[in-house]
Design a protein around this ligand. Sequence first.
Ligand code: HH2
Length: 277
Amino acid sequence: MRWKTQAATLDLSRRAMVMGILNVTPDSFSDGGEYDAPDVALERARQMIAEGADIIDVGGESTRPGADDVGSAEEKERTVPVIKALRREWDGLISIDTMKSEVGRAALEAGADIVNDVSGLRDPEMVKICAESGCGVVVMHMQGDPRTMQKNPEYEEVVGEVRGFFEQRLIELTAAGIEKEALCFDPGIGFGKTLEHNLALLRDLEGLEVEGRPLLIGLSRKSFIGKLLESDALADRDWPTVALTAWTRESGAMVHRVHDVRPNREALRMVEAVMGG
Ligand code: HH2
């Protein structure tokens, strides 16, 4: 299994990748406001790289349910200086977590390698930018939009519907000029999904694989973990995250978007050692 970005073609056949989350936002649900100054953000990125992150995912807009919209200019101001500074000192992979084409373009110009779009590239201009640049692309499934998505999500059969979305986007995006090998799909845990929907998706990750494209999973510290634990404390969500990282690796997820890099990376290596091959 390969994933192509303009910088490199990544071999994902054996070793899964860790995507470390760098939220340069004042209001992200789990770490908002902690890393929103560029030098503090850079320091956090260095720490995640030292812990073994393969990708640093820079985000300038919170997508938590009910979050306020941020303008493109502000989102660029938050993310571009961090990407530029990180690019100067690190040759690993940088992704930009954005739904806005203007932000995507500026981030790629600043040195990002991957566009991570939780809307699955709804903006046609984003499709164009990705096709022209040859960047890696994460296409995430979301029912509705961040402001309203958790109001009353409904599916007849969630796994089939998410898979259908991946199949359709693969056809549309490749027809628009994005290489198939650049695509990575993500079921969007918590994005327009109830606890039961999230669990059904996690239970059947194999059922989500489309044409050999890699699956990314983002479940780190998400609220369904709090629901299962019957606890609101974010600090309680890190160990369950590691457990689910191991589970999802065994089920085939090859990119893991996490806050706490080291324990999740170690869990991946343990599972991979047992799986062999
Ligand atoms: N989840 C969040 C943000 N971006 N991208 C992908 N591909 N998959 C995800 O599951 C995903 C994502 C939400 O988490 P976080 O960034 O920690 O919080 P916030 O949205 O508040 O910034």
